[in-house]
Ligand binder design. Sequence first.
Ligand code: KIV
Length: 264
Amino acid sequence: MDKRITISTLNKMKAEREKFVMMTAYDSTFSRLISEAGAETILVGDSLGMVLQGHDNTIPVTIEDMAYHTDCVCRGRPHSLVVADLPFMSYDTTEKALRSGMLLMQAGAQMVKMEGGVWLSDSIHQLVERGIPVCAHLGLTPQSVNVFGGYRVQGRTPKEAKSILADAVEIQDAGASLLVLECIPAHLAADISSKLDIPVIGIGAGSGTDAQVLVLHDMLGMTENPPKFVENFMTGAETIQGALAAFVSAVKTGAYPREEHTYT
Ligand code: KIV
């Protein structure tokens, strides 16, 4: 990749039905390698609470942690568009969302990600008005693990599916630029992706989304008991660079995700 990826690149890829790739990164070396592998987007995920810090969930992660790792990732000078997670309770009011968004943008992010639907509309609108693009996140939103009673597939009942679709339309109307859908049935994710104009990125959401994201440590085979949607791309790869390139290629050719990675 020889030029920086922007939201215009991703919108064009959606229009041309070309799949794009997101991977998580938390440091400058992986940021550079992921960018060189051709992933269009990098997520500085609050999954760092689990894969770096060793917590059971993402709830202990702070805005200072996120700003530190966003800064590290951006020093890798990736061509990929960098999205950084706003952590638990750092955006529960619009005022806090604006301050937290500012900290991550000043650390180098080009977009922030927030978990939630309709209740975030006003914050999304205010962030975008002030120059902070937003990626929304629906379905299994890990910061709400205690509300869900575990990491469970969402959107399986008609009522839940209707509510996720309504949230998706609302957050698009509020000004979100991207949407992540996590652990929902493949048919629901495909339906939402076709109804929205903004690019939709899936994780455990089947092959009908515009893009795929995986947590770095999962796709490099370093996670104990990974969820069923994860493929270990180190299998058959000689180097980490080879595994990253294999993931990019598998998403773009449609070889990942397969039926065995999806929920119904
Ligand atoms: O924090 C993270 O890594 C995420 C992905 C699971 C999408 O939000």
